[in-house]
Design a protein around this ligand. Structure first.
Ligand code: ADP
Length: 452
C-alpha cells in the first residue's frame, strides 16, 4: 500500500509543480508583453518630440538598431524608414496603428509577421504637422524565451523531481506507519486520536465487526460445549442399557439362571434393547433437526390431520396406561415440515400419557388463529414443579429420573420438540401444577419465513 501512496503523492507533487511552472511562465510573459508595449509608447513619444523639433535630421542621428522607425506623411506615404527604401513602401494610411494615430493622436497594435511567428509591436503618434511617427519592435516569442531559460528550468525540474521523490517516500511511510501499529483488537482506542481522524469510519466498522466475530466465537464455543456435553451424556445413556443387556446375557450364558427365570431375563434384555433403539432414534431425530430442516421438504400442511395421525400411533400406549385421548379443533394449515410437526405432537402426547395416572386424560386442540396455528396438549397427569419448568426442554433433563426410565423416557423428547419449534419459528407456553396436570400451548406462524 505504501508504494501506491508514494506514487500518488509523487505524481500529485510533480503535476502541481509543472502546472505552477506553466502558470508562472504565462504570467511572466504577459507582464513582459505589457511592459514592452508601455516602453514603446514612451519611446515613440520622445522620438516624436525630437522629430517635431529637428525633422528628419533627428531620425538619421538616432541609434535605432533595435527599432524600426517609420515616418509617414499625412496622406499615408512613407517619408522615412530606417530599414527600407521609403520609395518602395506601400501607402501606410490603412495600418491600424497609423489610422488610429491620425484620428486620435496615438495608436498601438501588434501583429505576427508571417515568418517564424515573430510578434511585432507598433506604436504611432501624430505630430503637430499632421504626419505620423511609428516605432516598431520585435517581440521574442515565448518558445525562444523558454529556450533561453532551458538550463535553469531543467535544474529546477530535476531538483523538484528529487525533492518530491524524497518527500513522497517520507510522507507515505509516515502515513502507513500508524496504520501498521494499529491494535486491530481495540480500534476504538484511537477514535479520538488526531492522527487517526481520517480512519474513524474504518475504525468504527472494524469495531462492529470485531464485536460480531466475538459474538460468533462465543456462540461457536457454546455450541461446541453443548455438543461435547451431549456426546458424553448420550454415550452414558447408551452404556447403561448395554451393561444391563450384557449382564443378563452373561448370567444366561453361565447357566446360573433357573429355567423359570429365563423368560423374565429375556424380557429384560428386550426392554433394554428397546430403550436403546428409542434412544438411538431420538438422537438421529435431534441431529437431523440440528441441520435446521433445510434439506427437508417444506409444504402446506394441515396440523389437525398431523395431530390425528400422531395420536393414532399412540392409541395402544394410551390404552395400556389407561389414559383417554381426545382431539378437538379444526383444519389448520401452515407452511412446515410434516414429519417434524408430527414429532412435536407425538412427543407432547407421549409425555402426557407417560406422566399421567390411570384414568387420566390427554386433550389435544388444534385451531387456526389470526395468521397463526395454535396447538394445545393438556393432561391431568402428575404436573411439573415450577423450578423444573425452565429446564425440561434441555437435553437429557428429567424431573424424576427413575420415573422417566420406568416409562421408557429418553430425556430427549422435549428437546426434539424445542428444535422442531425453532425450525418453525413457534413459541411455547407451559402451564403446569404438580398433582393437577400440564398444558403445553404452542403457537406456530402460518408462514415461518415471514417471521423475523
Ligand atoms: P423423557 O423422555 O424423559 O420424557 P422429555 O424431554 O420428553 O424426556 O421430558 C423431560 C422431562 O419433563 C420428563 O422426564 C418429565 O419429568 C417432564 N415432563 C415432560 N412432559 C411432562 C408432562 N406432560 N407431565 C409431567 N411431566 C412432564
Amino acid at each position: 500500500m505504501s508504494s501506491k501512496i508514494f506514487r500518488s503523492i509523487w505524481v500529485a507533487a510533480l503535476t502541481v509543480l509543472l502546472l505552477t511552472l506553466v502558470l508562472v511562465f504565462s504570467m511572466l510573459y504577459k507582464y513582459y508583453d505589457r511592459t514592452q508595449q508601455a516602453q514603446l509608447t514612451n519611446e515613440v513619444h520622445l522620438a516624436s518630440r525630437g522629430v517635431t523639433l529637428n525633422g528628419e535630421k533627428y531620425l538619421k542621428n538616432l541609434d535605432t538598431d533595435n527599432f524600426r522607425v517609420t515616418w509617414i506623411a499625412a496622406d499615408g506615404k512613407v517619408k522615412y524608414d530606417n530599414k527600407a527604401n521609403p520609395a518602395k513602401m506601400s501607402n501606410h494610411k490603412n495600418r491600424k496603428e497609423v489610422k488610429e494615430a491620425m484620428s486620435k493622436g496615438f495608436g498601438a497594435s501588434s501583429r505576427y509577421s508571417d515568418t517564424l511567428s515573430i510578434k511585432q509591436l507598433y506604436a504611432a503618434e501624430r505630430l503637430p504637422d499632421g504626419t505620423v511617427l511609428r516605432l516598431s519592435v520585435n517581440q521574442t516569442p515565448i518558445w525562444m524565451m523558454l529556450l533561453g531559460f532551458a538550463q535553469p528550468i531543467a535544474v529546477v525540474i530535476i531538483l523538484a523531481i528529487l525533492l518530491s521523490f524524497w518527500l513522497a517516500s517520507r510522507l507515505s511511510k509516515r502515513i502507513v506507519a500508524p496504520i501498521n501499529k494499529l491494535d486491530l483488537d481495540n480500534p476504538m482506542e484511537y477514535i479520538d486520536n488526531e492522527d487517526f481522524k481520517e480512519l474513524a469510519p474504518l475504525l468504527q466498522r472494524m469495531n462492529i465487526q470485531n464485536g460480531q466475530i466475538q459474538k460468533d466465537k462465543s456462540e461457536l464455543e457454546k455450541t461446541s460445549l453443548i455438543r461435547q456435553e451431549f456426546t458424553a451424556n448420550a454415550s452414558h445413556e447408551l452404556k447403561t442399557p448395554l451393561h444391563a443387556i450384557s449382564g443378563y446375557a452373561e448370567l444366561l450364558e453361565n447357566g446360573i439362571v433357573r429355567p423359570e427365570d429365563v423368560k423374565p431375563f429375556a424380557g429384560k434384555i428386550r426392554a433394554e434393547s428397546l430403550r436403546m433403539t428409542r434412544l438411538v432414534d431420538d438422537i438421529i431425530d435431534l441431529s437431523k433437526l440440528d441441520e435446521g430442516g433445510e434439506s427437508m421438504k417444506w409444504e402446506e400442511v394441515d396440523l389437525y390431520r398431523i395431530a390425528d395421525n400422531a395420536m393414532d400411533s399412540l392409541q395402544s400406549a394410551a390404552q395400556e396406561a389407561d389414559v383417554q385421548m381426545s382431539l378437538e379443533g379444526e383444519s389448520a394449515w401452515l407452511h412446515g415440515i410434516a414429519q417434524v410437526l408430527y414429532g412435536i405432537v407425538y412427543n407432547l402426547c407421549d409425555n402426557a400419557i407417560k406422566y399421567n395416572h390411570p384414568g387420566g386424560y390427554v386433550h389435544v386442540n388444534v385451531r387456526p388463529s389470526d395468521k397463526h396455528v395454535i396447538l394445545t396438549v393438556t393432561d391431568n397427569g402428575i404436573g411439573i414443579p415450577l423450578e423444573d419448568q425452565e429446564r425440561i426442554f434441555e437435553r437429557f433433563y428429567r424431573v424424576d429420573k427413575s420415573r422417566s426410565k420406568e416409562v421408557g423416557g429418553t430425556g430427549l423428547g422435549l428437546s426434539i420438540v424445542k428444535h422442531a419449534m425453532m425450525i418453525h419459528k413457534a413459541t411455547v407456553k407451559l402451564d403446569s401444577t404438580p398433582g393437577q396436570g400440564s398444558a403445553f400451548t404452542i403457537t406456530f406462524p402460518e408462514d415461518p419465513e415471514a417471521e423475523k
